[in-house]
Structure formats: structure tokens, C-alpha cells
Design a protein around this ligand. Sequence first.
Ligand code: ADP
Length: 499
Amino acid sequence: MPSRSRWLRIPKLRTSFLRGLRFRLTLSYVLLFGVLLIAVGMLFQKTLRLQMDDESRATLEEEWGAAKGYLHVEGGRPVWIADATDPEEAYIVERLRHVYILADSNGKVLEHSQTYDSIGVDSPQEIARILNLPQPEIHVRRDADGIPYMIKAGSIHGDKGRLYFFALGRSIYNNERTVDNFMRRYFLLLPGMIFITGLLGWALAGRAIRPLNLVAATAQEITGANLSLSIPRRNANDELDNLIDSFNRMTLRLSHSFDQIRQFSTDVSHELRTPLTAIRGQLEVALFTAETPDQFRDAMVNALEDVEKLSSIVRALLLLSQAESGQLVLQKTPLDLGEVVADVVDQFQIPADEKNVKLTATLDPGWLTNADRTQVERMISNLLSNAVKYTPRGGRVHVRVCRDQEDGWIRLEVEDTGVGIPAENLPHIFDRFYRVRNAQTHYTQGLGLGLSFVAWIVSAHDGTIHVESKPGAGTRFEIRLPAVMAAQETHPQPVATTT
Ligand code: ADP
């Protein structure tokens, strides 16, 4: 776990406040919570209102039943039958009569309370409509002052079986006031709640993007000199840990590349210095000690050889940079691979003999591939030169060109009984400037460019390259190139060329 002080050391990075991730995250929280709180408030208001109206409706139903018990219509006149000696009953009847109306079936009002007058007496048409309904109807109406009343209107039977219009109401003003009060308080508290959400969001967003700032700050601190710097994981195994892992892997790769480039600079300086020192020595000999034309001539011939060596190093570097930047244009023509390989093998006989390495070849001539002759020769030369270079005296190098029976591609194999390549170095040998450094190859000269150039040539010809090696036993390179129509119709007979 990273220590606290590690977190606190993060330098502040300059980003525009309004466009910063922290501000935008907080704004999203605030907007989301704002909308959510408003929606919850509205829902609450509606539920509370429905609940209170339901309770009022239930009470009204009870009062309606009670009123029908107390009210009788006799001879076209309403009579409220209540026990005059029971004050409670008298009070109930008084309360029931607070909002009520009684009318005959023609719409003629027989009696109504004063409050009902303010609500508005029902028209004869309305009375006729309600009398025709199978069930009484409940609706809400407001009086002249805007006070809401829940009214239940229906029919009541009088004497002689006559039907009368009867409506009873009760104020639901308290319901409305309670809900309004609740909403007023809720909306007064809302800005405060949103503000607290904002503060919380700000803190949370800050916490969430802290590791991002750490990544950015570390990235800023990284230079070519401290590429080993890595960001500590949080062990949360989340997206940020993935980002941190990717970042650390990237710095590792960069560090690896920088190491290679550094190593390359050292190798190039070394490679260039050796012939330069030799040239300088030969020129000094010529200047201070040579007396005869022959001595001058020898010194200059030697110097020229070293100049040639220098040129070849510079050429190799130039060529690789041209190849990798796409400036090298290939002149592809159908090429008999066996024939090209035979030529290059011939050129390597002398160096191989000098080193007492037996160089042999088995070549199937006549298999054509569409390729650039110069580059293919360079590819074979690099493989053969490595094979001879890394094979100790008395060893063997064998080259083979044949056609793969399965897919018809042309196969080129270069196999040696040399020092081999340790398994851990194998994945890197095609990298630019990569050289295996161990006791066997320590004194062998090279820039680590040959195989990266071989790999580039193979891929530029749409081929594949494969290597297998056993330290102390030898190495085998296998290149496969796409074949074009063979020069001969029938398969050629293998020709074993052993030199
Ligand atoms: P170099 O100029 O060092 O030979 P290359 O790119 O040609 O550069 O090869 C990269 C490395 O691969 C060499 O340094 C050598 O260690 C290893 N290597 C290449 N070919 C062989 C081989 N035939 N046998 C053993 N090691 C090899």
C-alpha cells in the first residue's frame, strides 16, 4: 500500500477548473441528485395527497351513512331525527348539516346549509343526472373562498317512496394545507440537500481521481534518466489499477528501449572507435616513421581497409533506418531462391574454411519467389555470417532450400552446431541492437542489427521466420516465403550440393 506521505507529495497539475474531471463529476452528481430529490418530493406529495383523500373519503362515507339514518323526508320536508336529550347526537347532526343539500327530483331545493350555498347549489340538470346514477358520486368542489370540499351526492328515499337528491360534504382544506406545508418545507430544504450532495460529490470525485493525478504527476516526473519509476498499485483490482499496470508496463518497455538505445550508442562508439584508432595509428606511422614509398603505401592500404570497415558500419545503420522509415523501395522479380542461396554459400566458403567450419548445402533449384535479389542476398548473408561467426572451430553449418509439401511455400533453413542461444534471449534476438552477452559471445563483434534487418526483409516479402536453438548444441533458422509459379512444371529432384 502506498504510504500517506506518498499521496500527499503529488504535485498539483494545472487543468481548467470548469473542464476538470473533478468539477464535471461533481456537477453530474449534483444534477443527478437534484433531479432525483425533486422526483422523490413530487412522488411523496402525490402519495400523501392520495392517502389523506382516501381517509377523508372513508370518513365521508361513514357520515353519509349516518346522515341517511338521521334524515327523513316527510311531506316534502326534511326532518332530522335526533335525540334532543343526547348532546353528542345533537352535535353529530349539527355537524352533518354543516355542508349538505336536499332537493326533490325536479331540482327544487328543499333545504341546504349556508356553506353549500357558497359552494354552489346544483342545477336541476345536474340533480337529474345524479339521480339517474346507480351509485352516489364523490367529487371535489371549492367554495367562494377557494376552500376545497369533498362532496358525496346521490339519492335518498322519502315518504311514499319518493326519490330525493341528497348531497353531503366535508372540507378537505386541511389535507391540502398539510401537503402544501410539507412541500414548502421540502423545497426549502432542497438547496441545502443539493449543496451537501455537491460537497460530498466534490470530496468523492477528488478521492476517485487522486490516483489519476498520481499517474499524471508520475508521468510528468519521468525522464529518460528515471524510467524505472513506477506507480504503486492500490490493490483494488479495478479500472484504475489496470491503468496503473498498463502505465507501469509502458515505462518498463520504454526503459527497455532506452537501455537498448544506450547500449547501441556504446556499441556504435566502440565499433567506430576501433577502426578510427587503427587509421590514426597507421597515419601516425606514415607521418613519423615511414621513409620509403612502400612503407607509405602499406600504411595507406591498411588505413583504407579500416575506412572500408567504417563505411560498412555506417551503411548498415543507414540501411536499417531507411528500411524502417519506409524509404527502401524493393525491386521484386521472380527469383530462383536455390540459385541465389548457392551464390551466397560460395562466397562464405573461404571464411568458413578459415575458421575450420564445414559449410554444406542441399538446394532444390527452380522454386521461384517474388523478391528483391539484393535484399534476399543480404538476408542469407546475415544468417550465414552469424552461423559461421557463432560456430566454434570444427563445427558444421548446413543450408537447405526446399518446397513445403503442405502449403507449397518455399523453405530456407540455416542450421549450425554453434554456441546456441539461451531460451531467455530467443524472444529478443530480432530486436534492434539486441546482442546476447555471455561467455561464448563476449568477444564476438557485432552491432545486433543483422537479425532485425533479416526480420524486416522477411516481413517485406510477406514471409515468416522461426528460430529454434539449444545452447551448446546449435541453432536453426527457418524462413518461409510465398512461392510463385515454378519455372518447371514437375517437381524438381533434390540436388545435394555438398562442398
Ligand atoms: P550481431 O551483429 O550481434 O550478430 P544479430 O542481430 O545478427 O547481431 O544477432 C543478434 C544476436 O543473436 C547475436 O548477438 C547472437 O548472440 C545471436 N545469434 C544470432 N545468430 C546466431 C547463431 N547462429 N548462433 C548463436 N547465436 C546467434
